[in-house]
Design a protein around this ligand. Structure first.
Ligand SMILES: Nc1ncnc2c1ncn2[C@@H]1O[C@H](COP(=O)(O)OP(=O)(O)O)[C@@H](O)[C@H]1O
Ligand SMILES: [Mg+2]
Length: 255
């Protein structure tokens, strides 16, 4: 299993957009994904609930609140057959929670927008990952995505200059695209949309997909205590249990 964490305490940087599109990619690729939503705003959970019956199954875990009405229909267990766990995190995340959230993560991805405020927040986030979560650069688990970029702008240039100084790989540069907005409204991902509409976006995702596929998978099987401790929220009890496909129809997927 790979555990991929989307992280940046700055809201609106693209965590949910990238988490949901990654989940959709893995679903289409047949790599049984689980999307864990740790944000009380529940954007990933809402996206999942919009998926149509015929779409490829993505298991959802609303990890932020066990008893709310929104989450009741979502299982709180990590299915044993999960191959890709994608963790969407909240804005304003406290730095002390980073060691827990990133434990056993095979990839920690920080999306950054081209703005002064976002650059500043990203610098703090990366420094917390190195110093508080104690992830070493040479582990090559942290990566950055430049999101919503408009090339040839001054801000884009200063973002790329800043990212160079971090010595953290920039694994993708995603343009500002209506396709992500359409995808988020319909519970789908760019990998499930008509390819002629999203060709440019798909091309931009390729280096990101390549980088993730090169990450070492966890050797611990899902459901083991080592994974449970990394599951952050005490509300989640990832003990072995039946595989529940909350969204999408399993029957349809098997046809
Ligand atoms: N590359 C992009 N192009 C266009 N809109 C985007 C892009 N990335 C994110 N958005 C939009 O920006 C808003 C914030 O993104 P979101 O993924 O929710 O950020 P976060 O989860 O970090 O708060 C959303 O409305 C989303 O649709
Ligand atoms: Mg979000």
């Amino acid at each position: 299993m790979q555990k991929i964490v989307l992280l940046n305490p700055k809201g609106g940087s693209g965590k949910t957009t990238i988490a949901t599109n990654l989940a959709s990619y893995f679903a289409v690729a047949g790599l049984r994904p689980t999307l864990m939503d740790l944000d009380a705003q529940g954007s990933s959970t809402r996206w999942l609930s919009k998926r149509a019956k015929g779409q490829t199954a993505i298991h959802g875990i609303a990890g932020y609140e066990r008893n709310s009405r929104v989450t009741r229909s979502f299982a709180t267990r990590l299915p044993l057959d999960t191959e890709r766990l994608i963790v969407d995190t909240a804005a304003a995340l406290e730095a002390q929670r980073l060691p827990d959230i990133t434990r056993n993560a095979t990839a920690v991805i920080v999306p950054v927008l081209p703005s002064d405020i976002d650059i500043h927040a990203a610098a703090k986030c990366i420094s917390d990952l190195l110093l508080i979560a104690k992830i070493r650069r040479d582990e090559q688990r942290i990566a950055v995505i430049a999101n919503r970029v408009k090339k040839n702008t001054v801000m884009y240039k200063s973002l790329m200059k800043f990212l160079e100084t971090l010595q953290i790989p920039v694994i993708a540069t995603l343009r500002d695209s209506q396709n992500y907005i359409k995808a988020s409204e319909s519970g789908t991902g760019i990998f499930e949309m008509k390819s002629y509409v999203v060709r440019e976006d798909l091309d931009q995702w390729m280096p990101l997909i390549d980088w993730i596929s090169q990450r070492k998978a966890l050797e611990i099987p899902p459901g083991s205590p080592a994974i449970t401790s990394s599951m952050i929220s005490s509300a989640i009890v990832p003990t072995p249990g039946p595989v529940v496909r909350t969204m999408g129809s399993l029957a349809a997927a098997m046809e």
